[in-house]
Design a protein around this ligand. Structure first.
Ligand code: ATP
Ligand code: MG
Length: 447
């Protein structure tokens, strides 16, 4: 086992606590990530010292009382903030959400025993090395996620752990140990009692995981607890040659096909076809889902509000879901029109959504549609690099110019400007001040 390389701050905090006669270790995610050869994004420290003792040890440092009640103090070191938490045992869980109380303990082992998965229940310091009473290192070696203790009890205590298991399975590309997996399927409905924000945060990580496809497919039952609107999509045969997957499976493939890091794109893929079951029709050529962007958008709206996504993300996702399937002719004028309608950022995202969507369709349908996406993307790049006009802001004429032609302030000024912008976007007019002024003059005289 490679020795874990502590950060300067973590080493100082641990040695300070030890000098005062306490035990202290780095614990949880940072130990797991280090053993996986990944750089931890934060370092949590656990200690036998109670909060007042922790404060005493760091009286010269800046300290934040993160959660004194739960025994957590944040100590600010030169290289960042460290959460230092007293060893604790969680009390009873009466609501599958929060322990009713926490009790401090002087036993590291008891603290590790309350943690969710064996790979998250390891501690380390330079004196004692790795403390791993539940076989976390072994689990990492076998790429397995396994509860500490009885899985059924652990998920019943805190149902969020179900989402955490799926999230780690997806991000680490691990499988979930059989008992743990069975308990997940059995207890998934308890996720209904978990706060939406906590579910959202795990879901956002899950869908970016390299193993997201396997997790989404194997745990579709869990997904339809957190997003019940998925239930009709699961196993829904699309009954046409463009698709080789049922709706839900197609969604899962589309989500995993996108490998970028834009959450809005991922979420749009997750929700893009969710309204399909509502608009299924059939004729001699098979199944159709005409206009499914609209119900998908409406359902996505409900889902994202319920999961408490912020308005900006929600609105952008809804735009992408609504238009994911619109026909966009690859010509500069059509692309400029779309840029005017949804903006550059969302247009770029829309192309990413389309690529991932197309790649989850039957193979024979892909080539021409991928080529169209590439053509759209290159037209887009030309429009941007050439600084072509597609918004009022970039139009080389403004309201004052129009009024200087004798048009009184008011609605007509806007109408004239909009007409001019429409003509510039469609390529009938150059975005040239003189030419626009001439044209405005003609329009002003017309009525
Ligand atoms: P990351 O920070 O990469 O998301 P993490 O495992 O560090 O993953 P945190 O939420 O930072 O997750 O939690 C730190 C540690 O606290 C975990 O490694 C685990 O030991 C424990 N833990 C967190 N949430 C739970 C929970 N719901 N039930 C039991 N133990 C938990
Ligand atoms: Mg962490």
């Amino acid at each position: 086992m490679s020795r874990i390389q502590l950060t300067r701050g973590a080493e100082t905090i641990i040695s300070t606590l030890e000098r005062a006669g306490h035990e202290a270790y780095v614990v949880g995610g940072c130990v797991r990530d280090s053993l996986l050869g990944e750089e931890p994004h934060d370092w949590d420290i656990c200690t036998s010292a109670i909060p007042s003792e922790i404060m005493e040890c760091f009286s010269g440092k800046r300290i934040i009382n993160t959660g004194m009640k739960h025994g957590t103090v944040t100590v600010l070191m030169n290289d960042g903030g460290y959460e230092v938490t007293t060893f604790r045992i969680d009390g009873d869980y009466s609501d599958s959400r929060h322990p009713d109380s926490v009790v401090f303990t002087s036993s590291l082992r008891k603290d590790l025993a309350r943690r969710d998965f064996t790979m998250n229940a390891m501690a380390y310091n330079n004196h004692f090395g790795l403390i791993d009473p539940f076989g976390g290192e072994e689990a990492l070696r076998h790429n397995v996620i396994s509860c500490v203790g009885n899985a059924y009890d652990r998920f019943q205590e805190d149902a969020l752990r179900i989402m955490r298991a799926l999230r780690f399975a997806a991000t680490c590309g691990f499988s979930i140990q059989e008992d743990t997996s069975q308990a997940i399927h059995r207890l998934a409905p308890q996720l209904k009692s978990v706060a939406a924000e906590r579910i959202q945060s795990e879901l956002n990580k899950l869908i970016f995981g390299k193993g997201a496809l396997q997790v989404l497919l194997k745990y579709s039952d869990v997904m339809s607890v957190i997003i019940p609107e998925f239930a009709p999509c699961i196993g829904f045969d699309q009954n046409n040659p463009y698709h080789e997957y049922a709706i839900y499976d197609h969604i899962a493939h589309a989500v995993s096909n996108y490998t970028g890091n834009d959450l809005t794109v991922k979420l749009a893929l997750l929700l893009h076809d969710i309204g399909k079951p509502q608009c299924y029709t059939e004729d001699e050529r098979g199944g159709h889902f005409h206009g499914h962007g609209v119900p998908s958008r409406d359902i996505a709206n409900v889902v994202m509000q319920r999961l408490r996504f912020d308005n900006r993300t929600r609105e952008d996702v809804l735009t992408l879901v609504l238009y994911h399937d619109s026909v966009i002719e690859p010509t500069p004028r059509v692309v400029r029109r779309w840029l005017n309608k949804i903006g550059e950022q969302n247009f770029r995202r829309l192309l990413r959504v389309r690529m991932a969507d197309i790649e989850a369709h039957a193979k024979w349908t892909q080539q021409s549609r991928i080529e169209r996406c590439i053509a759209l993307s290159s037209i887009l790049d030309d429009i941007i690099t050439q600084g072509q006009c597609f918004t009022m802001k970039n139009l080389n004429i403004n309201g004052n110019d129009v009024m200087s032609l004798g048009v009184p302030e008011g609605k007509r000024v806007g109408t004239i400007l909009n007409t001019l912008l429409g003509r510039v976007i469609s390529g009938e007019l150059e975005n040239d001040h003189g030419e626009l002024l001439d044209e405005a003059n003609k329009l002003a005289r017309k009525c």
